[in-house]
Every structure is written in structure tokens, then in C-alpha cells.
Design a protein around this ligand. Structure first.
Ligand code: FAD
Length: 500
């Protein structure tokens, strides 16, 4: 391998997604004279634009797909190689690409992302959404569809069920409530009416005019406390392109063949038991199902004994880190979720190999207020921090774990509501002695704080609450809030003034 090396770079970064591009930018800015290579399978790169630090840990930015030349023009010492990495040889410090070239490295960072976990492989009626191509394929097939089944309960499923119009959606979730990855049942209850109402025409303000919920929450604001027992009210292949950013569906009409807005039926606490095609049904003793369920190209049997015929199935049940080309012949320690384990310097178990973004699993001793989630903010933060660590190690400088890993924070939009998640927003890993405070104004806002030992450790803010900065401070400074009790969420008190 040694004598096949075309060139040896000081730094090689694999993957042109948010993590890889941010890592390259950081390396090139920190050591402008360094020879850096970005090897990526896709034709485009993902760039972070309009970056805005909203508060100490909250950040917002757009993600733009750009030609890689933009990056090369900005950093003269950067070489972009458009090919997939086929194999990695950690002993000889080199990677081999699909087009047969071999490149050496002093330090390598793997940012190859993850791909959708498909319920079955090679089923033409099963779709996973990951990149621009798969989103376009989804849109094309949806335009002719009358009914689809969406399986999964994370962010992608949440977005899809809300965005899809003109097509009946059967949404199969394994939990008791929708959006279990991000919310508790109380927040889910708050959001459900949005699925039953017509979608606003364009990006409308978050306050929605009307609701048709059966279990309508009483109007006005309500404060109530709950202990843990009442928590029930209140979670492809490696040549794929980069994962889409949060606004992936903007500008793509997600419209089916029917003249309806939303038509979503949620099937709770169930998983897919079997998927069979129309032909398979013909041959099986279950033929009677066809008469019962109509004439569809594919059928899904759920574990709740319900069978649905549909045009196609969307598998949105999480992701699998793209590690395959890197594992063979090396001794990486791989985490239970399939990611490459990294320490507090983003280093894998192999010498001089770092990893960042969706492909890695954070295995350092984590702050009690942070957890890894495969989100674009963390891909940016990890890519940036990995670049810093790689440069610091070359320069023999010390580097400490960045402050952004102190507190989990995420801003997003679900069902057209602004959503801010802070710390242990879903009481993740907390013992039985934690307390929840909730304030809910139907159709306007849902505010939940998680308290442990009288201190705020997490929050979910849905709607224009304006509370994110104050709550972030309260979480970071770990002030004892016991004396304030339920007043903490009293809507008649200006909480910002209160803690000034
Ligand atoms: P990716 O963006 O996946 O980039 C990986 C790169 O590696 C790609 O360029 C790929 O071509 C390249 N690559 C892969 N294998 C190889 C190889 N062998 N050789 C060379 N190159 C290779 N996050 C949010 O925070 N909010 C959201 O609302 C949100 N919505 C999403 C909606 C969808 C439909 C999807 C799919 C994801 C969403 N995410 C969201 C998740 C977010 O997009 C990812 O967490 C983030 O993009 C991960 O960035 P990354 O750089 O680690 O990986």
C-alpha cells in the first residue's frame, strides 16, 4: 500500500456533509499552510450559512448544498477528491478510493454520516429519506399515491406526516405518543390538533387559528406540577449523498394524488410485522386480506393485527452510521448503535483517526446536561471541534472539551411551531425523584421544565415562548428553584425580570 500512495496529506477528511466540511474549514483556518484533502462520495458539499449564535449554547443556521469549488476557492491548500473511500489501512496511514487511488494521511477524520435504517433491504416499495435524490424520489412517488404508510417516531417521521398533503397517511409508531424522540405525551397531545387541521398556505406565523381536537385542552393558561408517575401526559449504501438539513422539504411540494389536506391516522404502540407485495398476497393463504384491504401494490401488517394496503412504505426508524468501508482490517471500537466510538478529543480507538457527526458515538464522560443526538447542530459542533483537536495535536497544543458539549440545546420546527429543547428535556436518564412543571395554552404554547433536586435540568418550549435564554441560564447556573415553586411558569410574571 505504501508505494501506491499518490500523495500524503497532513489532514484527510472523509465526507462532504456538515461535519466534514466544518472540520475542513476549521483545519484550513487554524493552519492555513496545512495540506488538507476532503474526500467525498457525492458531487456537492454541504455548507453552513447564516450562522447565528442565539444564546450561549443555542445556534441556528441554514444548510446549503454548494459545488465543492466554492470551498477550494476559499482555501487554496485544500484538495477535493470526488470518490468514495473503499478501504482504510490504519497501519500504513492511507485510504483507498473507489476509483483505485491511494492517499496517505498524517491525521484522518471520518465524517461519512449515516443512512436510514430500512425495515427490509431491496424492497422496491420501501423508501428511506436521506439525501436530495431520495427526497426527490419520494416526491415523485407521492405525487401518484393515494395512501402511504410511514413507520417511525423520530424527527423525520414527524416532519413527513405534517408536510404530506393530498394523500392518506397511516403513521405507525411504536410508542404511546407521537414524537417520542423529542417529546413527552403532553407535548404530543398539544401537537396532535395540527395534524387534524388544514395546513397553513405558506410559512405562517406559529399561532394557529383553529383546532378540531376531540380532547380539547381547556382554553387559557394552565400550570400544573407532576411527579414522575404522572409523566404520561407530560420519544444505503455508502455512496449516498449528505443527509438533508432541516428545511429539506421547503421548495418541494409533498403532495399526493388526492384533493385533501391532512389525512393522518396514527397507529400507536405497534411495529411492522410483515410487508408483502400484491403478488405475494396472491400466492399466500392470506389472499382474503386483499378483498378486505383493497387493491394495493404493497401491504403492511402491523403487530396490532391491523393490515393496510398502500402505494409505498416510508421507513423512518432511525439511522445506521456509515462505517463499513473503514472497519475491514482495522480494530475500531464500535458502539452499540453502530457508531465509531470517540473520546473527548473526537479520537477513535485507532491512532491518528478521528470521527465526527452522525458516524460517531460520543463515548467520553458526558456532562449531566448533554446527550448525543444525530442532528445537524451536533454534526457542525463535532466537525468543528474535531478540526480543532486535530490541529492542536499537530501543533502540540492542549485542547479542552468545548463548552457546546456542556448543555444539549436544539432549535427546530415541528408542525409549524418553533421548538426549543434544552438539557434533559425528556428526563433522559434521570432518577425517580424528578419533577415536571408544565404550562400549556392550547394552540399557542407548551412549556415544560424538568427539575431534579429543585434545579432545572431540562426544558421543552413549543411556540413563541421567549423563554429559551432565561431557561438556558437557569439550567447552566443550577440555581435552587425550590422557593419559586409553580410561580416559575406563572404567565403573569415576567420571568426574565424575576431572575435579573
Ligand atoms: P452527512 O450529512 O450524511 O454527510 C456524510 C457525507 O459523507 C456525505 O457527503 C457522503 O457523500 C459522504 N460519504 C459517505 N460515505 C462515504 C465514503 N465511503 N467515502 C467518501 N464519502 C462518503 N437534523 C436536525 O438537526 N434537524 C432536522 O430537522 C433534521 N431533519 C432531517 C431530515 C432528513 C430527511 C434527514 C435525512 C436528516 C435530518 N436531520 C436533521 C439530520 C441531519 O441532517 C444530520 O444529523 C446531519 O446532516 C449529519 O451530518 P454529517 O456531516 O455527519 O453526515
Amino acid at each position: 500500500m505504501e508505494n501506491k500512495k499518490e500523495k500524503t496529506f497532513q489532514f484527510v477528511v472523509v465526507g462532504g456533509g456538515i461535519a466534514g466540511v466544518t472540520c475542513v474549514e476549521q483545519l484550513s483556518s487554524q493552519i492555513p499552510s496545512a495540506d488538507v484533502a476532503l474526500i467525498t462520495a457525492g458531487p456537492h458539499i454541504k455548507a453552513v450559512t447564516n450562522y447565528k449564535q442565539v444564546s450561549r449554547t443555542l445556534e441556528e443556521f441554514d444548510v446549503e448544498e454548494q459545488p465543492s469549488s466554492v470551498l477550494e476557492e476559499k482555501f487554496p491548500n485544500l484538495t477535493i477528491i470526488h470518490s468514495a473511500v473503499k478501504s482504510l489501512h490504519t497501519k500504513s496511514h492511507c485510504v483507498e478510493t473507489a476509483d483505485g487511488r491511494v492517499f496517505g494521511y498524517k491525521k484522518l477524520c471520518i465524517c461519512s454520516g449515516a443512512r436510514p435504517k430500512l425495515l427490509t433491504q431491496d424492497n422496491p416499495y420501501m423508501l428511506g429519506i436521506r439525501d436530495t435524490d431520495s427526497a426527490q424520489e419520494f416526491q415523485k412517488r407521492l405525487s401518484k399515491a393515494k395512501r402511504i404508510v410511514i413507520v417511525g417516531n423520530g424527527g423525520i417521521a414527524l416532519e413527513l406526516v405534517y408536510e404530506v398533503e393530498g394523500c392518506e397517511v397511516i403513521w405507525a409508531v411504536k410508542d404511546k405518543a407521537i414524537g417520542n424522540t423529542f417529546f413527552d405525551a403532553g407535548a404530543a397531545q398539544f401537537l396532535i390538533p395540527s395534524l387534524e387541521a388544514d395546513k397553513p398556505q405558506a410559512a405562517a406565523p406559529c399561532k394557529r387559528p383553529r383546532f378540531t381536537t376531540e380532547e380539547a385542552a381547556p382554553g387559557g393558561s394552565h400550570i400544573f406540577t407532576a411527579d414522575r408517575s404522572s409523566q404520561a401526559y407530560g420519544h444505503g449504501p455508502t455512496d449516498s449523498g449528505s443527509a438533508l438539513g432541516p428545511d429539506w422539504h421547503e421548495g418541494i411540494a409533498l403532495r399526493g394524488a388526492e384533493q385533501v389536506s391532512h389525512r393522518v391516522s396514527v397507529e400507536y404502540q405497534c411495529e411492522v410485522e410483515k410487508i408483502f407485495t400484491c403478488e405475494e398476497l396472491h400466492k399466500s393463504p392470506e389472499q382474503t386480506l386483499r378483498t378486505e384491504c383493497g387493491d394495493w401494490p404493497v401491504y403492511v401488517r402491523l403487530t396490532n393485527a391491523q393490515t393496510f394496503g398502500c402505494d409505498f412504505v416510508v421507513s423512518a426508524t432511525g439511522v445506521v452510521p456509515n462505517t463499513e468501508p473503514f472497519l475491514q482490517g482495522n480494530t475500531f471500537v464500535v458502539a452499540d448503535d453502530g457508531g465509531l466510538q470517540v473520546d473527548d478529543h473526537m479520537m477513535t480507538s485507532e491512532a491518528d483517526v478521528y470521527a465526527a457527526g452522525d458516524v460517531c458515538t460520543a463515548c467520553w464522560e458526558q456532562s449531566p446536561l448533554w446527550q448525543q443526538m444525530r442532528l445537524w447542530t451536533q454534526a457542525r459542533q463535532m466537525g468543528w471541534y474535531a478540526g480543532r483537536c486535530m490541529a492542536a495535536h499537530i501543533l502540540s497544543e492542549p485542547v479542552e472539551l468545548d463548552f457546546c458539549f456542556e448543555l444539549f440545546s436544539h432549535i427546530t420546527k415541528f408542525f409549524n411551531y418553533k421548538v426549543v429543547l434544552l438539557g434533559k428535556f425528556n428526563s433522559q436518564g434521570l432518577g425517580p425523584d424528578h419533577e415536571l412543571l408544565v404550562r400549556c395554552t392550547k394552540g399557542q404554547e407548551y412549556v415544560k421544565v424538568v427539575l431534579s433536586g429543585g434545579r432545572m435540568v431540562g426544558a421543552v418550549l413549543i411556540g413563541e415562548t421567549d423563554l429559551e435564554e432565561t431557561f438556558e441560564n437557569l439550567i447552566l447556573n443550577q440555581m435552587d428553584l425550590t422557593p419559586y415553586g409553580e410561580e416559575l411558569l406563572n404567565p403573569d410574571i415576567d420571568i426574565e425580570d424575576y431572575f435579573d
